[in-house]
Design a protein around this ligand. Structure first.
Ligand code: NAD
Length: 253
């Protein structure tokens, strides 16, 4: 797909990988709407990019429907969806104080997995009704898993389950939308230097960066955004999860 002039919606667009993707898509000529939790972070991000702020909790059905309707009213229905909204709290299934609270597990599944599907179902409905472009393409959906989908560490049962779900739904969604020319791809990042990671102590960040075989550094939002642009442009990419990880394979802890 030629990105210039297309409408794009990015969940989790106020920070990290979503923000980087928004910046790159705007530089490539897209009209971008950011979906993120309501607040100053979203408003500032949208203002700094010249993007449209569409506040919503991705796990809320009605809120995402209104946010995507707001984006469509301003830019036309999106042909590009990038799903980046996510949370990564760690907790053992059985900790010092006993079993993990079930609500804590549900929350991660609700934001990362159900929230991803929520944006996909609403954005895809808009894409399927659009006029086809070259090759019959109507749109492209890019979701974000994690290498934890494949090598979850101790304390990541909820996170790994949520990201495994995101990776697993890539093919059935791609198969469902293929007759209408909407592609679905997932990126599984390794360890990226975003605000999500900045919450960890610097020594932990350094040791994580050193554990990446090559290049031996944290991934950047620009690395992620470059792959987003490639997926948008390369129509043969469909129905797969791409690891973007410098060959890292996570240890148990
Ligand atoms: P980040 O914390 O910088 O950005 C995540 C964004 O999602 C934030 O702006 C946050 O406000 C938003 N968000 C959280 N809950 C939301 C909700 N309920 N509704 C709407 N928005 C919500 O993190 P990031 O590193 O940019 O992560 C982006 C995605 O990449 C996440 O899905 C994360 O799991 C995944 N990922 C990150 C890494 C990494 O190392 N940073 C590795 C693998 C996967």
């Amino acid at each position: 797909m030629d990105i210039a002039g297309q409408a794009a919606v990015i969940t989790g667009g106020a920070s990290g990988l979503g923000y980087g993707s928004a910046k790159a898509l705007i530089a490539a000529g897209a009209k971008v709407a950011l979906i993120d939790l309501p607040g100053a972070k979203l408003d500032d991000a949208a203002a700094s990019l010249g993007a449209l702020a569409c506040p919503a909790d991705v796990s809320d059905a009605a809120a995402v429907e209104s946010a995507i309707a707001k984006a469509a009213a301003a830019h036309g229905p999106a042909r590009i969806l990038v799903g980046c909204a996510g949370i990564a709290p760690a907790a053992r299934a059985v900790g010092r104080d006993g079993p993990m609270a079930l609500d804590a597990f549900s929350k991660v599944i609700s934001v990362n997995l159900i929230g991803t599907f929520n944006a996909v179902r609403v954005a895809a409905a808009g894409m399927l009704a659009l006029e086809p472009l070259a090759e019959g393409e109507r749109g492209v959906i890019i979701t974000t898993a994690s290498v934890a989908a494949f090598e979850g560490q101790i304390g990541q049962a909820a996170y790994a389950a949520s990201k495994g779900g995101v990776a697993a739904m890539t093919l059935p969604l791609a198969r469902e939308f293929a007759p209408k020319g909407v592609r679905v791809m997932t990126i599984a990042p390794g360890i990226f230097g975003t605000p999500m990671l900045a919450a960890m102590p610097p020594a932990v960040q350094e040791s994580l960066a050193a554990s990446v075989p090559f290049p031996s550094r944290l991934g950047t939002a620009e690395d992620y955004a470059e792959l987003v642009l490639t997926i948008c442009r390369q129509t043969m990419l469909n129905g797969s999860t791409i690891r973007l990880d410098g060959a890292i394979r996570m240890n148990a802890k």
